[in-house]
Design a protein around this ligand. Structure first.
Ligand code: SF4
Length: 363
């Protein structure tokens, strides 16, 4: 079995580690490029959301490299995600590809079911080995997310931003390549220490909360590297979604780390109190929390035609006015352009800076 998977930000580091520990031969899809999106766009319905097009491009590129099995997450609820895997399987079959597709259905609070699915996927692995594979992948994911958070703090404050980016990028590459826990620990601490040595600006940066559809928030190629662009504009970005939070809430029964889901739903309730699919509810709840934590603004991301985020956007107008937080929504599709996005980021952050300066002058 030569297995592949779809990219989603740094999650590939953990997924690859888990598959290798399950004794599988892994054929990672090449990093997402313009070509990946072009391939996906060519073979998907025009109205499909961008994550479907990008992941389709991932699969075709990986199958062309020799993969014969695709690992894909399943889903449920009112949005299209529940049919993604089936739609992709049918399109690929129509294109003449021969492959198996393994769909990991989110068991929502049945951890034993997840182990069963993983064990079935592995090549002759016991339940203990499946558990160890999952534990190691989780560990790698935690390390990567801690580094993401550290960079999110240092980058907007750094005088030498390229240096911060290079330290982080290099550390991730090395962590991805090693399966040795001690080595990963060493790389992690070296990266933290190197980032700590970077000289920082005296001025405190603007603070923006990032909310929206999970794939668009987590995959830099889907959001045109928005977090890095904001860091270069001296803006600190707090990401409201991490893949470990989603896994903890939906696959691991909330057993592995503290879940904030209840608080999110409580904060969203006065504005939106029913499930609208995807991350619509979380978008609203997180925006309320950012407003109450005195963030300067919120940026809301989604793929064009994403129903849950369209619902959330309509609610955010009220949240913005009642909670007093500026919100900007950006939708992405294959026609989005870097220059247009950069202009909107600069205009939004300029407006926030002026607002902050006015507030400071009054107090
Ligand atoms: S949440 Fe949005 S982007 Fe994701 S599958 Fe549903 S409609 Fe598409």
């Amino acid at each position: 079995m030569k297995i592949t998977y779809p990219h989603m930000g740094n999650a590939c580091i953990a997924i690859e580690a888990m598959l290798q520990k399950l004794k599988l031969e892994v054929i990672p899809p090449p990093p997402i490029s313009k070509k990946t999106l072009e391939i996906g766009t060519k073979h998907c319905p025009e109205f499909a959301c961008m994550p479907l097009k990008i992941t389709m491009g991932n699969f075709i590129e990986a199958l062309d490299l020799g993969a014969d099995t695709i690992l894909m997450a399943g889903g449920w609820g009112p949005c299209r995600f529940g049919y993604y895997a089936q739609v992709e399987r049918d399109i690929l079959a129509d294109l003449g590809y021969k492959f198996d597709m393994v769909i990991l259905e989110a068991p929502d609070s049945r951890v034993s079911e997840l182990f069963r699915q993983l064990q079935a996927l592995g090549q002759n692995v016991s339940i203990v080995e499946a558990f160890k594979a999952l534990k190691f992948a989780w560990y790698k994911l935690q390390v990567v997310e801690e580094l993401e958070k550290k960079l999110a703090y240092v980058h907007p404050r750094a005088l030498d931003k390229r240096k911060a980016e290079n330290i982080y990028d290099l550390a991730l590459e090395k962590i991805k390549a090693t399966q040795d826990k001690e080595e990963i620990d060493k790389l992690f601490h070296t990266c933290l220490a190197s980032l700590d040595q970077i000289a920082l600006r005296a001025e405190e940066p603007l603070r923006i909360g990032l909310v929206g559809e999970i794939y668009t928030v987590l995959e830099p190629m889907a959001n045109y590297n928005l977090i890095r662009s904001l860091g270069r504009l001296n803006v600190e970005v707090d990401n409201s979604i991490y893949i470990s939070d989603w896994l903890n809430d939906h696959l691991l029964g909330g057993l592995v780390k503290k879940s904030h889901r209840r608080q999110l739903l409580k904060c969203a309730a006065p504005y939106l109190n029913y499930f609208v699919g995807g991350h619509g509810l979380e978008t609203v709840g997180s925006t309320v929390i950012y407003a109450r934590q005195s963030y300067d603004g919120v940026i809301h991301l989604g793929p064009l035609t994403c129903m849950p985020e369209i619902v959330a956007q309509s609610v955010l107008k009220r949240v913005s006015s009642e909670e007093g937080i500026p919100c900007m929504t950006l939708y992405f599709d294959e026609h989005a352009g870097v220059a247009g996005i950069q202009t909107r980021l600069e205009a939004f952050t300029d407006m926030l800076k002026r607002k902050k300066a006015r507030r400071a002058a009054i107090h």
